[in-house]
Write a protein that binds this ligand. Structure first.
Ligand code: NAD
Length: 273
């Protein structure tokens, strides 16, 4: 295969959960730009349709399909609709997830009275919101013989980040799930399905806005601390993730499974000194 075609998603049908979100918008654009058909999936049907229409208006191929990642029946219905229309599903990007305010432990909060229900909610959304779609779409993806699942982790899974315990536990669980599922799908299906993760660093988005910025848009101490610990001294922008995603979804990574591709401006590699 010519090198320029290695990264092509031509002919591939790929579903992105959380596809109407901030990073999901970059992911869905990237897939369409690489020639794939993208299924934009999120909670709100109107948002899915609008995002898909935007992609089509720019010359891409897309379909909006609402589904809650925690609702197996909705996901199965979505899978059947995709298979009826396109006949195959080649990839899944598990981008639904995020921080849950009730799972944040504030600096002045009693460490021994954290909100257990909030912690569970963050764990369920991030971990089970990745596992359930992988279960529902996985067998169809393996049948293509060259399928790929990409999970979205976070640098919060690597070292303790204050406040966001529930979210961090969810993402740390995704890391071991990614490795485990990569090995056990390979044991059963060889290289017909690959499972990897992207580990984004800090991107200023709506879900971390209140943690990082004041109402007037200036940075909180937390944002400045992040920048000090990021060798590139800047936050990422969603487009910074496009290359990593296309690599993991395309034949360019055909011998790659179980990895975490870190896109963080060096944050996790710097001791801070
Ligand atoms: P976002 O809030 O803009 O997007 C998340 C999307 O997931 C939203 O559109 C939301 O509607 C959807 N969603 C939430 N619950 C859902 C459910 N039950 N079923 C279906 N869809 C659901 O956030 P984002 O910044 O685009 O983050 C996307 C992913 O990247 C998340 O997993 C997040 O944890 C991860 N991430 C983000 C950052 C960052 O800096 N923003 C860093 C590391 C990892």
């Amino acid at each position: 295969m010519a090198t320029e075609n290695l990264f092509s998603l031509n002919g591939k049908v790929i579903i992105v959960t959380g596809g109407a979100g901030v990073l999901g918008t970059a992911f869905t654009d990237a897939i369409a730009e690489a020639g794939g058909t993208v299924i934009v999936s999120d909670l709100n049907e109107k948002q899915c349709t609008e995002r898909a229409n935007e992609i089509v208006a720019h010359g891409g191929s897309a379909m909006g399909l609402a589904a809650n990642v925690l609702d197996e029946k909705e996901l199965i219905a979505a899978r059947e609709k995709i298979l009826n229309r396109f006949g195959h599903i080649d990839g899944l990007v598990n981008a639904a997830g995020g921080n849950v305010p009730e799972a944040v432990v504030e600096h002045d909060q009693d460490i021994f009275s954290m909100n257990i229900e909030g912690m569970k909610k963050a764990l369920v959304l991030n971990l089970w919101g990745t596992i359930i779609p992988s279960q529902v779409f996985g067998s169809a993806i393996a049948q293509t013989g060259k399928g790929s699942i990409v999970n979205i982790s976070s640098v919060s899974s690597k070292n303790a980040l204050t406040k966001v315990l529930g979210y961090s536990m969810g993402k740390a669980a995704i890391d071991i799930y990614t490795k485990w599922f990569a090995v056990e799908t390979a044991n059963r299906h060889g290289s017909a399905i690959r499972v990897n993760a992207i580990t984004p660093g800090f991107f200023l988005t709506k879900q971390n806005k209140t943690l990082l910025t004041n109402e007037d848009g200036t940075y909180k101490d937390r944002a400045n601390a992040i920048l000090q610990h990021t060798p590139f001294k800047k936050f990422g922008v969603p487009n910074d993730l496009k290359g990593a995603l296309i690599y993991l979804l395309s034949d360019a990574s055909s011998f790659v499974t179980g990895i975490e591709l870190v896109v963080d401006g060096g944050f996790t590699k710097f001791s801070g000194v």
